[in-house]
Design a binder for this molecule. Sequence first.
Ligand code: HEM
Length: 189
Amino acid sequence: MKIQSLFTKAFWLALACITLVVVTVFKLTPSLAYSTTTPPAQLSTAQAAVAQYDSRLAKAPPYDSRSPEKSLYKRLGGYNAIAAVIDDTAQIVFNDPLIGKYFIGLSTNSKQRLRQLLVDQFTQAAGGPAVYTGRSMKLSHSGIGLTNAEYDAFVNGIAQALDKNGVNQPEKDEVLAFANSFRGEIVER
Ligand code: HEM
């Protein structure tokens, strides 16, 4: 009788342990799977939030590492390739004879912040795994009084950087179309 109750206790203890293991594994598996196969839920939520104030980013395809479609992000060569284009763009526009003056007073960290926001903005727009967290284009440029010629100089800097990094014409056209789409919000006179 005593041995029987001991067996019953052992049985329930074993069952409890198995349940615990099963629950732990099932709880962990989806979050492990996230990082490699499906886009993280947080990223989609953040992208949707940003889309509320920038309709262009709303059109950006959600990042999906398994997508059979070759997104612009993949065709450009991924994050490092986009960062290299933005770094070269920054070098060009910061030293441009027409628009370099707008960046003279920026601290090194302000320049780095601007660079990172551009990387995030272009990466997200191309369908990559970044979220733009800066201000809207209207808000961040309003009051500077930029002209069409100055805007052209900025876009020309992006074009030169794309050439320097050997980006092919179809991808170059797509990036420049995105860059040109801000004109109405940035140019003031
Ligand atoms: C394709 C056109 C352009 C794009 C995509 C662009 C993008 C951006 C972004 C993402 C920011 C950061 C916003 C933030 O601080 O939250 C920014 C800020 C700024 N942009 Fe532009 N921009 C463009 C054209 C221009 C032009 C033509 C000029 C001047 C000639 C200019 C001057 C500035 C300045 C001075 C800031 C503020 C930097 C700071 O507050 O630290 N941008 N721009």
